[in-house]
Ligand binder design. Structure first.
Ligand code: SF4
Length: 298
């Protein structure tokens, strides 16, 4: 399950079809079953030696059979499920807003009398319109954007988006809000076709990753032992300048270029002593597995 800003069917599917994750996650799941099988086998042979009572042995065997991975537990591939977050629009000076119909909508007053205003609601400013040359239409200027959590709460908005009515002509169920856009909720959760695992790719990827990690470990030790900017970094960590600003501004820009993320100069101390400069801090492991691995390494 992943989130992404936008989904472009052919391009996104192809990207994920080739992505490293579809290889490493299949391997991780295979490895999980392999280790569970190995552990249960060891447990079984240990129990056989130690447990003398027959009915106890039978009970243990049942336990092992229950949890032993079956041939049907083979991993065939990866199925992704994407939650589309929407693009970002500038909201203020330093503020960016997600443009997802799940959290932002549009409203237009329909009744100006009384204190309780009535509104018509929409989730998309741009919608399909075959009457236009472009194939699209835009909400008029009477519509105003709103934040769902301020207007009515997410639960109510989602149930409004899910609400259906029967089309008078086709007698089919269609969304109550902007039916011309189709099922807007389904469009935010995309499950492309599966990516099938290729064993030979898994094998070669593991060789590549292991080699790289061994080299990194060595390089890291060299750099930590005697850190002088340029010296060991240049030898072990060549700069990949195509990644400095895209897809996002690299966090190491101040070290590599002596300028902060907005382009203003920073003191040379940042480069010579990134942690001491206060601009950087040691990365903290976010995942339990990683923490354990790092501790074991230490
Ligand atoms: S700024 Fe980042 S991406 Fe660019 S060379 Fe430095 S480390 Fe590499």
């Amino acid at each position: 399950m992943k989130t992404m800003a936008s989904y472009y069917q052919e391009r996104t599917d192809r990207t994920f079809n080739l992505s490293l994750q579809t290889i490493t996650e299949v391997w991780a799941a295979q490895e999980y079953f392999r280790r569970v099988g190995k552990m249960l086998n060891q447990f079984g042979s240990y129990a056989n030696k130690k447990v003398t009572l027959n009915d106890k042995r039978l009970q243990l065997q049942k336990f092992i059979d229950k949890y032993m991975p079956k041939p049907s537990d083979r991993i065939f591939g990866t199925r992704h499920c994407f939650l589309i977050k929407g693009g970002k629009a500038k909201g203020g000076e330093d503020e960016w807003m997600s443009q997802s119909p799940l959290v932002r909508g549009y409203r237009m007053p329909t009744d100006y009398t009384g204190t309780d205003k009535q509104y018509a609601y929409a989730h998309s400013a741009k919608y399909p319109n075959s009457g236009n040359k472009s194939g699209f239409g835009r909400l008029g200027n009477k519509w105003e954007p709103f934040n769902v959590w301020e207007e009515m709460g997410v639960r109510k908005w989602i149930s409004m988006l899910a609400s259906k009515v029967v089309d008078h002509e086709t007698h089919e169920e269609i969304p109550e809000i902007q039916p011309e856009c189709g099922d807007i909720l389904k469009q935010q959760v995309v499950t492309p076709p599966e990516t099938f695992a290729k064993q030979e790719e898994i094998g070669s990827t593991l060789v590549q990753i292991t080699k790289q990690e061994v080299e990194l470990k060595y390089a890291y030790r060299e750099c930590v032992n005697d850190y002088t900017y340029g010296k060991d970094l240049d030898r072990f960590f060549p700069q990949h300048r195509h990644s400095c600003l895209f897809p996002t501004t690299c966090e190491f820009l101040p070290i590599c270029y002596g300028q902060d993320w907005k382009g203003d100069p920073v003191p040379t101390q940042v480069r010579e002593d990134p942690i001491g400069s206060g601009l950087f801090t040691w990365r903290v492991a976010h995942h339990e597995q990683e923490r354990k691995a790092l501790n074991a390494d230490n």
